[in-house]
Design a protein around this ligand. Structure first.
Ligand code: IVH
Length: 664
């Protein structure tokens, strides 16, 4: 091969990379596409071909190498040299004025210049560049150590793999998903029978923590950078810092402004509170920072947060809409729940068209009628609720709602048992209840059969092939493929998921059967004590209640479950299908945590709080709720809050989720 040919190829490769990076920047950072997609794809293909032909020209930072090809086993942890702290909150205007008063007092200044930025509702990340090359990136974690998510961050086209200058610096920002992309992601998941993400923030968190970067690459993650960690730049103002990041072609939010004194800050906050619904992404407030970086370091930090910044938080979004109708849902225990069908509104990033009204007493208390204009909001940013009726908007055309006296699914009489708020359908063969039972059986914390959501459960029930959970194990791919909207591939996947669930331990099966009052914890205790379904089935009530924490209510419900004539055939079907009826013995090694006390704080990614506590208890440990000198470990998840400070002060050992997992 002539030297000149290789040289020519090298020049071409470098030119292509520059050109592609440039278009990437226009498209993903500036939002101004500079080339049509087909032309862009052509450039990428040309580069790929050259890199394949001349392996010597390959480069890990080439735009062709954004997406790695190997999934990780777990995330490595990365320490933050400068802690990634949270912010103090101001929940109203007075608290913001108080913040300004504190800053003025500490600084001795009469008027302070602030810099206001939108508070993006996503996840904090840190990006490390060495000599201009993107080397590593991590989550915030507990603020002191995060998880190495470099592979996933590399897939975000807004992040340059190389800076225009050979700088060594750490920049911090927020990864998010736009409202529109969130809706699209959820509708796709719905079509695929997957559970929806609750809000854009959860979707971003789930996507960033994919172990397989190829999957993360398919998620529409974006980011805004708002600060620096370790660096050696000489900068004087926060405003200058952001302009500088922008000059380095990093993504920076354009809606930022200096504000002189608290009045201007409040104007900024109010203005964005009004304009917030029109933004393409979610914000939960405004971050107000002292603009002078010298003054920032003078003010310094408390144990938890900087004294030079505060988050002005917006109240949860409220909207007015209309109740088009009130329908009822029948749960797996026959409880009938009224649900308001709403004229669709967007609330905190997603379209809301239903809200549970809980029970008839609540409807009466709020005076809700069909056709009413109502104020809705998302409680805890997740579950939509109807706050109140706007009576002035009544037209006279509204209708009273009455709970049905007959079950809409099976027509049996509905009853309201004394002492209960719910009206129920008591027919054990009610189709609606059976479908809900299937959904519960397949749910993640029970038998964990991916692909059986409400739509699929209803479909297999309607096919006539499945009338209880035992029948699931006899479905064939051919039968499933004949059902409406079921592709061959999904049918195969579903059959394998069902088969795989046979191996689950008894405790999951027990929980999945939906025995009244037997939640995850009771199921675990019972499975642990009796070890096989047969032994549990034969247990007398006093043997059941002899189990620590199993009271007469659960004991009676379990006995009744096994005595009901419908139960026998279901268990027989499960057994014949080879579903595991035993609980693996807790291994001796698993009393490791004997005598150790754990406290959990902040959200864990892989376990719910209850699951984590259960794991500790299974191994002989204790799960406490508050930190004391007797606590052995604080397991710090995302946003661990004040328990972290307390643990640190008392010298309690602090571990993160991966260390916890290892300990188990
Ligand atoms: S500054 C030490 N600026 O809000 C101060 N934070 O609890 C570092 N956030 O964890 C934060 N937008 O994830 C800052 N423009 C912004 C922000 C922002 C969103 C998040 C960040 C942080 C949390 C504050």
């Amino acid at each position: 091969m002539g030297r000149s040919e290789l040289e020519k190829a090298r020049e071409k490769v470098l030119a292509l990379r520059r050109e592609i990076d440039e278009h990437n920047y226009y498209y993903h950072v500036l939002d101004q596409p500079s080339l049509d997609d087909r032309e862009f794809d052509r450039l990428m293909r040309e580069l790929e071909e050259l890199e394949e032909k001349y392996p010597g020209l390959q480069d890990p930072d080439s735009p062709t190498r954004r997406v790695g090809s190997k999934p990780l086993e777990t995330f490595q942890t990365l320490e933050h040299k400068i802690p990634m702290l949270g912010l103090d909150n101001a929940f109203n205007e007075e608290e913001l004025i108080d913040f300004d008063t504190r800053v003025r007092k500490l600084s001795g200044l009469e008027t302070v210049e602030y810099f206001c930025e939108l508070k993006i509702d996503g996840l904090a990340v840190s990006l490390q560049y060495e000599e201009g090359v993107f080397k590593r990136g991590s989550t915030r974690g507990d603020g002191y150590t995060g998880e190495d998510i470099t592979g996933n961050l590399r897939t975000i086209r807004q992040i340059p793999l190389r800076l225009p200058e050979p700088l060594t610096l750490e920049s911090r920002g927020e990864v998010y998903i736009t409202k529109k992309a969130f809706e699209e992601l959820n509708s796709r998941r719905e079509r695929e029978g997957l559970v929806n993400f609750a809000n854009p923030r959860n979707a971003a968190a789930g996507s960033l923590r994919q172990l397989d970067p190829r999957l993360a690459a398919k998620r529409p993650l974006k980011l805004f950078l708002y600060g620096l960690g370790e660096h050696s730049l000489e900068l004087k103002y926060q405003s200058e810092l952001l302009d500088y990041l922008q000059k380095l072609q990093l993504p920076v939010n354009p809606h930022r402004s200096t504000c002189l004194g608290p009045r201007e800050v409040l104007d900024y906050c109010r203005r964005w509170q009004d304009q917030r619904p029109g933004l393409p992404y979610e914000i939960d407030g405004v971050v107000v920072k002292v603009n002078d970086l010298g003054l920032q370091s003078e003010l310094g930090f408390t144990a938890r947060s900087p004294r030079w910044a505060i988050a002005y938080k917006y109240p949860p979004e409220e909207k007015i809409t209309r109740i088009l109708d009130i329908r009822v849902n029948i749960g797996r225990t026959g409880a009938i729940t009224p649900v308001a069908l709403l004229e669709p509104v967007t609330l905190s990033g997603s379209t809301v068209q239903r809200a549970s009204l809980h029970n008839e007493d609540l409807i009466a208390e709020k005076g809700i009628m069909i056709g009413d204009c109502v104020v809705v909001r998302k409680a805890g940013e997740i579950i939509p609720e109807v706050l109140k009726v706007i009576e002035e908007r009544r037209t006279g055309g509204e209708r009273e709602f009455a709970m049905p006296r007959h079950c809409p699914s099976c027509s049996s009489d509905t009853v309201r048992l004394s002492g209960e708020a719910a009206r129920r359908c008591l027919n054990p063969s009610c189709p609606a209840q059976l479908v809900e039972k299937l959904v519960h059986f397949a749910s993640r914390r029970a038998m964990d059969i991916e692909g059986i959501g409400p739509a699929v459960a209803e479909m297999v029930y309607n096919s006539g092939l499945v009338s209880d959970v035992g029948d699931l194990y006899y479905l064939t791919a051919e039968q499933l493929a004949e059902m409406p909207r079921m592709a061959e591939k999904s049918a195969d996947n579903l059959v394998s998921a069902i088969a795989a669930s046979k191996e689950n331990p008894l405790r999951r099966l027990l929980f999945g059967l939906g025995i009244r009052f037997v939640g995850e914890k009771a199921a675990r205790l019972l499975a642990g004590r009796f070890e096989t379904m047969d032994q549990l089935r034969e247990a007398k009530e006093e043997e059941l209640t002899a189990v620590d924490e199993i009271g007469p209510k659960i004991g009676e419900a379990v006995r009744q479950y096994f005595a009901t004539p419908e139960t026998g055939p279901v268990l027989d079907k499960l057994k014949r299908a080879g579903v595991n009826f035993t609980e693996p013995k807790v291994e001796t090694a698993s009393t490791d945590l004997e005598g150790k006390t754990f406290v959990f704080s902040g959200a864990l990614e892989n376990y719910t709080r209850d699951e984590a506590k259960a794991l500790v208890e299974e191994r002989g440990g204790r799960a406490g709720s508050s930190i004391s000198k007797k606590t052995d470990y604080l397991v710090a998840g995302d946003d661990p809050g004040s328990k972290l400070d307390k643990a640190r002060n008392l010298g309690v050992k602090i571990i993160n989720e991966s260390e916890f997992r290892e300990l188990l």
